[in-house]
Write a protein that binds this ligand. Structure first.
Ligand SMILES: [Ca+2]
Ligand SMILES: [Ca+2]
Length: 200
């Protein structure tokens, strides 16, 4: 009888170690690839992303309001409206604190994001509303609209100022065709909120 493992074989030992090393590397690569794949899937669920940013650490509360061609309006009052979705009502610094264990962490970003999860052809209106103006100063806000597919592309950018509490401003109106192509249209000021207030 031949005892295959009865003596040390450097070549077999080397091959075995190389195989082990490749197996280990394979699992490491899989671990790193998985989160990226999940992140990619989340982004692909949106066709357009509308973002408003105002300066970090400001206590002021700005709201994003968007109306789709069917008349559905998304805002903090209705975070899912048709295929529009608001991810979070950012209230300045009020909801920026998170307690983890015994420690308090502050996430000072001021940002609201509305995603269009599908293409409804027609006209859209994007408004900003100053819900609270605790700083008692005008607040500058930056609005971007990005087309997600087939690759991320900036299609609109503007920089506006909201001067006081309860002011409402139409930032942009745009049209999507049946293929999802973006065209900016004439922007007259229009109130989307139910508060019945005049725009600035
Ligand atoms: Ca808000
Ligand atoms: Ca905030």
């Amino acid at each position: 009888m031949i005892k295959r493992n009865s003596r040390f074989d450097p070549f077999t030992d080397l091959l075995f170690n190389i195989l082990l090393a490749f197996t280990f590397l394979f699992f490491i690569i899989i671990l790193f690839i998985n989160p990226i794949t999940k992140f990619g899937n989340i982004n692909m669920k949106a066709e357009y992303i509308i973002t408003v940013d105002w300066n970090d650490n400001l206590p002021d509360d700005i709201d994003l309001w968007v109306r789709d061609p069917n008349g559905e309006i998304v805002s903090y009052l209705k975070k899912d409206a048709g295929w529009l979705h608001l991810d979070r009502d950012d209230q300045g610094i009020i909801n920026d604190k998170v307690i983890i264990g015994d420690e308090e962490f502050i996430y000072p970003i001021n940002r609201e994001v509305v995603t269009l999860r599908g293409i409804i052809p027609g006209n859209y209106t994007v408004n900003l509303y100053m819900y609270d103006n605790k700083s008692n100063k005008p607040v500058n806000a930056k609005i971007t609209i990005e087309k997600v597919n087939p690759t991320l592309k900036l299609v609109f950018f503007d920089d506006v100022t909201l001067h006081n509490k309860d002011s409402e401003l139409t930032v942009v109106k745009f049209r999507l065709d049946s293929s999802g192509n973006f065209t900016q249209t004439i922007t007259d000021n229009e109130v989307l909120t139910p508060y019945g207030l005049e725009g600035i």
